[in-house]
Design a protein around this ligand. Structure first.
Ligand code: IMP
Ligand code: MG
Length: 338
């Protein structure tokens, strides 16, 4: 049985009436098929005392999404970095088991994108090369064809800096003129500065007012605060700071989109967002429809989470750890074989 929850035109369903904030589902979702397939892991039918949980529902929705994509085709998968491909703040090391799965996707001619909030404006891409060295080395050593290798890209700073993999030279800067959406090229520089100045001022006042042991980091297209060495910030402080930043920016009615989010142990306000990131890539790669793209990430809890916005441009799978990313990818591959 395939359940069409909300049609692409946004027409009303019972679910839409019960949950008005629900957005477009880009594909039908074979939920029952997914439930049966995931039964060995979830043991829903065998449980007598524990009702289906939020995590069970998340797993079934993710599984159903992957089921549909395995049957109907997939052109691009974008992966968030921290907590999705590797543990928070860690690099993508050679022994990370996700690497062989990413190579498997590339071997099937699928675009593989690391779509991360981490923004480094340097055209050398050295920060990304260092961080993803395990993956880059594995691709270099693999027997993938050059055309398949070239399908790896990194989009950093939500939607700000694009790098393409070149088999001879590694990650190469791609000029914004060729891939950014036309509207993004018209964003007024003054407004970008104003957003970052306003966010910086708010973050400074949060640091002071909430006794947060952190320092401000300002970049070309983002501003944030990071904890002083060895400090673990409290969730409540982080949430308060991010909500305060969002509220302060929202009343200014800026036309340039921004993402203010809680990164787990830091707060950032970036110019742009992951929805735009996915849209730029669809446009650049000439992908016909959001139903042929998947974004995998860990930050979907609310509009204050940075993967959330990708829902508006692609199908999504919400993971809670790098281990779950692997489980979901293996699930996708297992469906392809049938
Ligand atoms: P993601 O999970 O791959 O999107 O990465 C988010 C993390 O990247 C944040 O929690 C930060 O720790 C880190 N980061 C480093 N630089 C930036 C930046 O300029 N903007 C947002 N996040 C950044
Ligand atoms: Mg993340």
């Amino acid at each position: 049985m395939i359940v069409q929850i909300v049609s692409e035109g946004g027409s009303y369903s019972q679910l839409k009436m019960l949950v008005p904030s629900i957005t477009t589902f880009w594909t039908p979702l074979p939920l029952v098929k997914a439930m049966y397939a995931l039964e060995p892991k979830l043991c829903l039918a065998k449980r007598s005392f524990v009702a289906p949980s939020f995590n069970d529902v998340r797993a079934i929705l993710g599984g159903a999404q992957l089921n549909y994509l395995a049957d109907n085709g997939l052109d691009m998968v974008s992966f968030d970095g921290d907590v999705t491909l590797y543990e928070d703040g860690q690099p993508l090391l050679p022994d990370n088991p996700v690497i062989s799965r990413l190579i498997q996707l590339l071997s099937r001619g699928i675009y593989v994108i690391i779509l991360t909030a981490a923004g480094y404006p340097s055209r050398t891409g050295q920060e990304y090369t260092d961080r993803f060295s395990g993956l880059l080395q594995a691709i270099e050593d693999s027997d993938l064809k050059d055309g398949q290798k070239r399908k790896l890209h990194v989009l950093g700073g939500e939607s700000n800096y694009l790098f393409a993999y070149d088999p001879l030279h590694g990650l190469q800067w791609v000029d914004a003129d060729s891939w950014m959406l036309p509207v993004m090229k018209t964003w007024p520089h003054d407004e970008i500065l104003e957003i970052l100045d306003t966010a910086e001022e708010t973050l400074r006042s949060c640091i002071q007012g909430l006794n947060i042991d952190a320092k401000i980091v300002r970049k070309e297209r983002s501003v944030g605060f990071v904890p002083s060495l060895g400090q673990k910030l409290r969730r409540e402080q982080l949430e308060e700071a991010v909500l305060e930043t969002q509220a302060t920016l929202q009343i200014r009615n800026f036309t340039v989109p921004f993402t203010a989010f809680n990164g787990g142990n830091d707060i950032w306000c970036d110019i742009g967002d992951k929805k735009l990131g996915v849209l730029c890539l669809q446009h650049f790669f000439n992908i016909s429809h959001p139903s042929r793209c998947l974004h995998v990430g860990d930050q979907f809890l609310s509009a204050g989470n940075n993967d959330y916005k990708a829902r508006a441009a692609a199908t999504t799978v919400w993971v809670s750890s790098p281990h779950e990313t692997i489980e979901f990818l293996d699930y996708y591959f297992s469906f392809l074989k049938k």
